[in-house]
Every structure is written in structure tokens, then in C-alpha cells.
Design a protein around this ligand. Structure first.
Ligand code: PRP
Length: 213
């Protein structure tokens, strides 16, 4: 039997991913708990649960055949993978934000802005394309606190409801990227296991509201 190993990201994409695969007939067997390789109700599919930033790494290398990741993490990784399916959940935006009371985009005295972010590549390229020099400061979470503590002037981070920005006195200044969950696939594995891929793709699309037209 040809098996497909699918990398799922821990965190906010995990539950919607599980629901989607369950509707497609591949329900993960039990809770992930501490187990990181999980069989499913379809013996031809097993899941691997990893940190969001690692999904593109596992899929690009072929350690996983497929994965679910956000386009934010995917573009930041630069991984060379196929993107056969948008999954329709996990919508958010990658934005530049800064304190509501501070001038934007010019800073007093013409100093170079420091920008805190978990997305150094996307942030760097956004400002480079615009010809605006900035200093990128890489952090791994709780980015919104950086301007409050003078670690940075601005941040580049994800916005969903906007609650985290508001709670920290920040406002959106520019949108860099609209993001959402996508299915990604290893290039070689997609060719070698084509029938299994196409079957899974059809099952994932089946029964979704946008497939009923
Ligand atoms: C994400 C993101 C923002 C927040 C945005 O953080 O980095 O902080 O969610 O959501 P909102 O607009 O609905 O408030 P996450 O919860 O993943 O934690 P992290 O910042 O520690 O990575």
C-alpha cells in the first residue's frame, strides 16, 4: 500500500486541519498528546505534528509527502514545494504596525527604523523593494511588546482580529501579504505517488461549501 505522511502544524492551524482531514475520511487516531507520529482512520495516511515553521522543511526534504502550513510561514521559508490546494481557513494578514501616537513612516531626526518581527525575510524584502532602509530585529513571539519597550519602532506581524495590536496601542500601517492555510506537497513524492495524491485532493475538496457550485 502507498502511504502518505502529512505534516500538520501545531498551534492555530491544527484543529481546523484535523477537522478538514476528518471530513476527508482520514481522522487522526486520538489526540496528539506527546506522540508526534499519529496514524489515522485511513491506513494509507499518517500524520506528523511539528512546529509551524518546520512544516515546509519536512515537506521540501521529503520527510513528509504533504503538509498544511500558512502562506506566511511558507513564503518566509522560501521552500520549494508545490501548493496544490488553498484550504480556506487560517486567513490573516502580515502587516507593518506602529504605535498609534508615533509619526509614520518618517521618524524624528530621520533615523533608521528598527523593525521587530518573526518574519525577517519577508519584512526585509518588503522594505528593500520600497527602497526604505530599516534594521530588522528577529524575535520569536510576543512581537507587539517590542515598541512598548523601545526594542523597535515598528513591528511586522500577523493580524487576525486586530485585538493584539489594539491591546498594545499599535495601529496597522501597511499590508505586506494576505495569508491563509494551504496544502503543500513534496515535488518528487507528488509524481511518485500521483494516484494517492489525486485521490486525497478530491476527498479534501469534496463536501466543502465552495465545491458545491
Ligand atoms: C499571532 C500573531 C499576533 C496575534 C494576532 O500570535 O503573531 O500576535 O496572533 O491575532 P489577533 O489579531 O487576532 O489579535 P500567536 O497567538 O500565534 O502568538 P505569538 O505572537 O507568540 O507567535
Amino acid at each position: 500500500m502507498i502511504r502518505l505522511r502529512i505534516a500538520l502544524a501545531k498551534g492555530r492551524l491544527y484543529q481546523p486541519s484535523v477537522e478538514r482531514f476528518t471530513r476527508a475520511g482520514a481522522a487522526p487516531a486520538g489526540d496528539a498528546g506527546r506522540r508526534l507520529l499519529i496514524p489515522s482512520s485511513d491506513p494509507a495516511i499518517e500524520f506528523l505534528v511539528v512546529k509551524p515553521g518546520d512544516v515546509p522543511v519536512y515537506v521540501e526534504s521529503g520527510a513528509a509527502d504533504l503538509g498544511v502550513t500558512g502562506t506566511d510561514v511558507l513564503r518566509e521559508s522560501g521552500a520549494d514545494v508545490l501548493e496544490p490546494l488553498e484550504l480556506g481557513f487560517g486567513a490573516c494578514r502580515l502587516v507593518v504596525a506602529s504605535p498609534a501616537a508615533a509619526p509614520y513612516p518618517e521618524l524624528p531626526g530621520g533615523i533608521t527604523a528598527r523593525v521587530a518581527t518573526k518574519y525577517p525575510r519577508l519584512a526585509q524584502s518588503h522594505f528593500a523593494i520600497a527602497g526604505r532602509p530599516v534594521d530588522i530585529i528577529q524575535v520569536n513571539g510576543s512581537v507587539e511588546v517590542a515598541p512598548l519597550l523601545n526594542l523597535s519602532h515598528w513591528i511586522v506581524d500577523l493580524v487576525d482580529t486586530g485585538n493584539t495590536l489594539r491591546a498594545n496601542g499599535l495601529v496597522e500601517r501597511e499590508t505586506i501579504l494576505c495569508c491563509g492555510a494551504v496544502l503543500v506537497a513534496n515535488r518528487a513524492s507528488q509524481k511518485l505517488k500521483l494516484d494517492a495524491y489525486l485521490g486525497l485532493m478530491a476527498r479534501l475538496a469534496l463536501g466543502e461549501p465552495w465545491s458545491r457550485a
